[in-house]
Design a protein around this ligand. Structure first.
Ligand code: ATP
Length: 136
């Protein structure tokens, strides 16, 4: 078999994905990057975004990642994510409710509302809706 990468996506409460893949593409805070077997060692902070990977059958997949870190070492890619779901596990209705909640908070700002937190929640919700719609 051709060389492969071991991809592990973990959050504080679960292992979201653990399998061999051909390719991983991630959205780092300093820009997008792609990883193929033989990639140099890398540690990168991740933005909220879609993590793309190509499985051994050649299917292109994506997972939502709510920020975190990516480590690449010896053909092993470890994603330590604050939150993450595979595209097929995204609950669209929940993401739409989260978007609405965050939009309301940002529209009706009071001193108690943490705008950065609402903005991040909005970014997560919009990104989840985007990842969901890629496969539906
Ligand atoms: P919400 O307000 O709906 O909880 P959130 O952006 O604050 O959204 P996170 O803190 O990113 O949620 O994630 C909390 C947990 O809920 C994680 O385990 C995450 O995988 C899961 N989760 C959040 N939103 C969704 C969704 N739309 N579909 C599936 N799982 C979700």
């Amino acid at each position: 078999m051709e060389k492969a990468l071991q991809l592990d996506i973990v959050t504080p409460d679960k292992v979201v994905f653990s399998d061999q893949v051909q390719y991983v593409g991630a959205r780092g805070v300093e820009g997008e990057f792609g990883v193929l077997p033989g990639h140099f060692q890398l540690l990168a902070a991740l933005d909220i975004g879609c993590l793309r990977y190509t499985n051994l059958e050649g299917d292109k997949k994506c997972a939502f990642v709510g920020g975190g870190f990516a480590e690449v070492l010896d053909d092993k890619v470890t994603i330590l994510a604050e939150s993450s779901e595979l595209a097929e596990d995204i609950d669209q209705a929940r993401a739409m409710q989260a978007r609405e909640r965050a939009e309301k908070r940002l529209e009706h700002r009071t001193e108690e509302i943490d705008a950065d937190r609402a903005q991040a929640a909005l970014h997560r919700a919009i990104t989840r809706i985007g990842v969901y719609s890629e496969i539906h």
